[in-house]
Design a binder for this molecule. Sequence first.
Ligand code: AP5
Length: 226
Amino acid sequence: MGDADSRAEVLILLGPPGAGKGTQARMLEERFGLIQLSTGDLLRGAVAAQTPAGMAAKSVMEAGGLVSDDIVLAVLKDRMQAPDVSRGVILDGFPRTDGQAAALDGMLADTGQKVTAAISLEVDDEAMVGRVAGRFTCASCGEGYHDDFKRTARQGVCDKCQGTDFSRRADDNAETARARLKAYHAQTAPLIAYYEKQGVLKTVDAMRPIAVIAETLQSVVANGAG
Ligand code: AP5
């Protein structure tokens, strides 16, 4: 975040697969003009582009494991050079390990910044498998939907861009979702205590409807996250 405004928001969304990080990040992006930075999306982009990082990440992602810190930090740092990031960011799915959290603190310290809030989306594991397995995305604009919880208003037509092509992620099946949950509990959940110690942790009940959670998150951001 080279030329970043030192007051820019740096929000972290923590939570297991299916917790709603992407759904809520996109809504916060629209509401506050912040930039959603999803390491999952960045890595999927690298896989699609068949870059060396993407080729190394592909099999790990398909198995539901965590991609190495070196690769994740390289793709994130690259994205953080872009000028739009100075508007403030919502980190969706990053950091996920102690090493990534320390690297983020270092990156922010270089520009006199720090994490504004780390928001932990609290959910039941079993429900997450169903959320992930029912997910689909507009191939044109990336808007996310769910077979049961967030359908398109007109069947087969994206509400946002009227696109008619949709896709499902290769890792959105019950077996891989369970592996991703395991990785979350082993390597990412400990970061909740890390951000609590820093005094920036907010916990949110993310078993409620999408719109209700969005209201809670918007008031966290609007009232000053820190
Ligand atoms: P990533 O893309 O980050 O996936 P994830 O963390 O597994 O999270 P998801 O995208 O599955 O879930 P979400 O919380 O965004 O939920 P969503 O809003 O879509 O990572 C994929 C892989 O990349 C990882 O497994 C790893 O290999 C690698 N990776 C990424 N970042 C990494 C990192 N930093 N380090 C190492 N490896 C990394 O919602 C899910 C569904 O539920 C949607 O259909 C939605 O409509 C619905 N829904 C959302 N909220 C609700 C609600 N409140 N009620 C009912 N339905 C809801």
